[in-house]
Design a protein around this ligand. Structure first.
Ligand SMILES: NC(=O)C1=CN([C@@H]2O[C@H](COP(=O)(O)OP(=O)(O)OC[C@H]3O[C@@H](n4cnc5c(N)ncnc54)[C@H](OP(=O)(O)O)[C@@H]3O)[C@@H](O)[C@H]2O)C=CC1
Ligand SMILES: CC(=O)C(=O)O
Ligand SMILES: [Mg+2]
Length: 642
């Protein structure tokens, strides 16, 4: 964008203002040249000088004389300078968005808009008088009003849309709201509501919130990245939409996930919004319902696979590094497991990549288990673990638990893995299935007879910890929970699948069926449950506790690679933030309302590990990493405009 200087337009009334790069391309030649020269002068900010502006305006008008008579007037006597109003539908017109460089455009700019919070002085100096009603309010009052409005909506998706609308209208207010009311709004902008938003994304789509890179952009991905208006990107969350939460393949409509995750990067981890870039890679979808949906926004073809998929992803990864440098953090999110593990392995050696579903989930669950030991006594090494679901989340968590036990006991990893059992859609993972197992399941094939049903696996393996990562709701049946409760005084039961509809069991079911003895946590939030006069507060074992602080730690230390020890460091930091007061309520995690403090501690521990491992490039290492993390965090408080 570039803005024509206000003082010049005052004398040149009808054409002035700002116009975009695309619009500039269709300006008369001399104006384009002028725009280009001014762009260079102003180092990209494209502010034109007075004398040039006058010339530009005159030349624009001259250019228009050939297109349409400036005398053309529509009824009511309003000059139809561009001929837009008189043109018939088949007469092409130029889509000018030339606006007066006044406060009006400021009110339409989500990065700078403050709405009624513009002070009287700002209203004068930024030409806002008359554009706003007289009252001047504080940001806090705006927050109060927005919360009041959002609470009027009974339908979660309406709340989601109100929040997205706010993000498009007034970014700082959006983040202030999210930070100040994180516990109430997390379920709105994140799981479970974001799941429904993705399912209906085609219908609710209004403005792009991130970049869509489809097979059509093959060979041009670098160009596409350069179309994004922000240049100093530090973190990308990317999905290909194939495994959106436990809802399956949502194709291009998975965009809601990177958008939601990045809003948490800012609100929970303090990464500047302008440094965050949501990306959806569209290689088609195998979701027949979407392919037939007239409102579907993605490519209408079945998913590209094999070499075609790999080439697009490789071009993407290369272009990202070329455009943003070595230290850009790329978070893979909600890829299907047949791509996720391979991408992480392939690019883990060359890029700063992190798979939230494999690694972030592992870190948050390990922290919950460390806390759970305070309830059941003993160590992780004393436990027997059984998972329902042996995909990204399941095997990712299993591997980190095995690593932690190995570090605690000095037992080899191969031995500690034997304490961990997984069940997939075909039953217990056992040695006799080894040949046919996907590579990420092979380390978990132990010697045992085949077992088909989960309840039988519980009775055979006698786990102390049961973890659901199947993406299938209602799979922890009464029988399963009762079996866990008959085997353990305090059964540890985590239903991690999202959104709420896919949770293996509800909090109420876990507490009721275990007669109030379960140590329970879930991926999506559940309300506290009262059982026999006692209130149980379920923890939310969701990677949202980890990735914002984890990412901040990587960014602030200038880390160039992710290492498993950083995941352990993040778990330790998170677990250390849970207090006795939290445990007394049955909570395994510290409350989300303290998340920025928690994220600062996670970031500090991750950064410390990066320095220890020689993977940090920001030198010298700050003395107090927690304070440093806090000082790096974005604040949504309004700025005063001179
Ligand atoms: N709380 C959190 O922070 C997180 C939660 N999740 C949630 O975890 C769930 C799974 O994600 P992810 O691991 O990435 O998915 P994957 O698709 O990689 O894995 C799913 C696994 O579940 C198994 N499975 C599916 N249905 C059944 C069934 N009926 N009985 C037994 N096993 C079954 C699959 O078996 P098979 O291999 O045979 O197909 C597979 O092993 C999702 O709902 C997701 O939202 C994910 C990341 C973070
Ligand atoms: C939380 C998350 O990342 C998931 O459910 O996929
Ligand atoms: Mg995910």
């Amino acid at each position: 964008m570039f803005s024509l200087n206000r003082s010049s337009f005052v004398n040149n009334t009808s054409i002035s203002g700002s116009f975009s790069y695309r619009q500039r391309k269709i300006l008369p030649t001399k104006v384009v040249a002028l725009a280009a020269s001014n762009r260079e002068k102003s180092n990209g900010s494209l502010v034109m000088e007075n004398e040039n502006t006058t010339t530009a305006l005159q030349e624009m008008r001259d250019g228009y004389k050939d297109v349409v008579s400036p005398k053309t007037a529509v009824s009511g006597g309003v000059m139809d300078v561009y001929g837009e109003d008189t043109a018939s539908e088949d007469q092409p017109v130029t889509p000018w968005a030339v606006t007066v460089a006044s406060g009006y455009s400021l009110l339409r700019d989500p990065h700078h808009n403050k709405g009624l919070a513009f002070s009287t002085k700002e209203r004068d100096s930024h030409y806002l008088r008359g554009l706003l009603p007289p009252t001047v309010v504080s940001q806090d009052l705006q927050v109060k009003k927005m919360m009041h409005n959002i609470r009027q909506y009974q339908v979660p998706l309406q709340r989601y849309m109100a929040m997205m609308d706010l993000q498009e209208r007034n970014q700082r207010l959006f983040y202030k709201l999210l930070i100040d009311h994180v516990e109430e709004l997390l379920p709105v902008v994140y799981t479970p509501t974001v799941g429904e938003a993705c399912q209906k994304y085609g219908s609710i789509f209004s403005r792009p919130q991130g970049l869509f890179i489809s097979l059509k952009e093959k060979g041009k991905i670098l160009e596409v990245l350069r179309n994004w208006p922000e240049k100093n990107i530090q973190v990308i969350v990317v999905t290909d939409g194939e495994r959106i939460l436990g809802l399956g393949d949502l194709g291009c409509q998975g965009m809601g996930i990177p958008v939601g995750k990045l809003s948490l990067y800012t609100a929970l981890g303090g990464i500047r919004p302008s440094a965050c870039l949501p990306i959806t890679i569209d290689v088609g979808t195998n979701n027949e319902k979407l392919l037939e949906d007239e409102f579907y926004i993605g490519l209408r073809q079945r998913r590209a696979t094999g070499q075609e998929y790999a080439e697009l992803l490789h071009e993407f990864m290369t272009a990202v590094k070329q455009n943003y440098g070595e230290k850009i953090l790329i978070q893979f999110e909600d890829f299907a497991n047949h791509n996720a593990f391979d991408l992480l392995e392939k690019y883990g050696a060359t890029h700063l990549v992190f798979n939230d579903d494999i690694q972030g989930t592992a870190s948050v669950v390990l922290a919950g288990l460390i806390s759970a030991m305070k309830f059941v006594g003993g160590n992780l090494a004393d436990q027997t673990f059984l998972f329902l679901g042996a995909g990204e989340a399941g095997t990712g968590i299993a591997e980190l638990i095995a690593l932690e036990i190995s570090k605690q006991t000095n037992m080899p990893l191969e031995e500690t893995r034997k304490k961990i059992w997984l069940v997939d859609s075909k039953g217990l993972i056992v040695n006799s299935r080894l040949e046919s197992l996907q590579h990420f399941k092979k380390p978990w094939a132990h010697e045992h007879e085949p077992v088909k049903e989960l309840v039988d696996a519980v009775n055979e393996i006698k786990p102390t910890v049961l973890i659901g990562t199947s993406g299938k709701g209602k799979t922890f049946t009464k029988e399963v929970v009762e079996a866990m409760a008959s085997l353990n005084e305090k059964p540890i039961i985590f239903s991690l699948s999202n959104p709420t509809s896919q949770s293996e069991c509800t909090a109420e079911e876990a507490y009721t069926w275990s007669q109030g003895r379960a140590i329970f946590a879930s991926g999506s939030p559940f309300d506290p449950v009262e059982y026999e006069g006692k209130v149980f507060v379920p923890g939310q074992a969701n990677n949202a506790y980890i990735f914002p602080g984890f990412g901040l730690g990587l960014i602030m230390s200038g880390a160039i690679r992710v290492h498993d020890d950083m995941l352990l460091a993040a778990s330790e930091a998170l677990a250390s933030q849970a207090s006795q007061e939290n445990f007394d309520k049955g909570l395994l995690y510290p409350p989300f309302k303290n998340i920025r403090k928690i994220s600062a501690h996670i970031a500090a521990n991750v950064a410390r590990k990066a320095y220890e491992l020689g993977l940090a490039t920001r030198l010298p290492q700050p003395k107090d990493l927690v304070k440093y993390a806090e000082s790096c965090m974005y604040s949504p408080a309004y700025r005063t405009y001179r």
